[in-house]
Design a protein around this ligand. Structure first.
Ligand code: NI
Length: 182
């Protein structure tokens, strides 16, 4: 299988709003398979279709230690968010090598769909909740750097542009805390 190319901040294509999946067919299953392959290859714990320039509401996640708990979300809708919040260090395959603390609701309840278009309700907390919120942001053209100060964000933008120019983006993936890259 061939890896999909991951777009990097500040690529404007990361700002597109993803469209709902309408056809629950073989193509959808193929996209999800390739997204999982790309996410594992890139050592991420989550990937939204937007990040691989597919503007459909699809997310793949695996927050397990052993990388054997695949979770895919199709057309995820937030049903509720808890009032209590939590801060976590977040990273992103589209912002390689940069980590910042982001505050988000602790718990989330979502509605999602399986391959056959059947509705599923899902409750998540902790890392999975953070990951789901981070990925749904991607589908709405938002990145974790939008949650931090504009000063920090523009510093990251400058550094990424320089890394791209120098052809050093790939080396940023080899980071010890890659587990949090979504
Ligand atoms: Ni991300």
């Amino acid at each position: 299988m061939k890896k999909l190319e991951v777009l990097h901040f500040p690529d404007p294509r990361l700002r597109k709003i993803a469209q709902p999946v309408k056809n629950f067919d073989k193509d959808l299953k193929n996209i999800i398979d390739r997204m999982f392959f790309t996410m594992y290859e890139e050592k991420g714990i989550g990937l939204a279709a937007t990040q691989v320039n597919i503007h459909k509401r699809i997310i793949v996640i695996d927050v397990s230690e052993k990388k054997n708990e695949k979770l895919y979300l199709i057309n995820p809708e937030i049903l509720s968010l808890s009032d209590d919040k939590d801060s976590m260090e977040e990273g992103c395959l589209s912002v390689p090598g940069f980590y910042e603390s982001v505050e988000r609701p602790k718990k989330i309840k979502i509605l999602t769909y399986d391959y056959d278009g059947k509705e599923i309700e899902l409750d998540a907390y902790g890392l999975l909740s953070t990951c789901i919120q981070h990925e749904i942001d991607h589908l709405n053209g938002k990145l974790f750097v939008d949650h931090i100060s504009s000063l920090k964000r523009s510093r990251i933008e400058t550094k990424i542009k320089k890394l791209k120019k120098d052809g050093l983006i790939a080396s940023r993936k080899e980071t010890p805390n890659y587990k949090s890259a979504v």
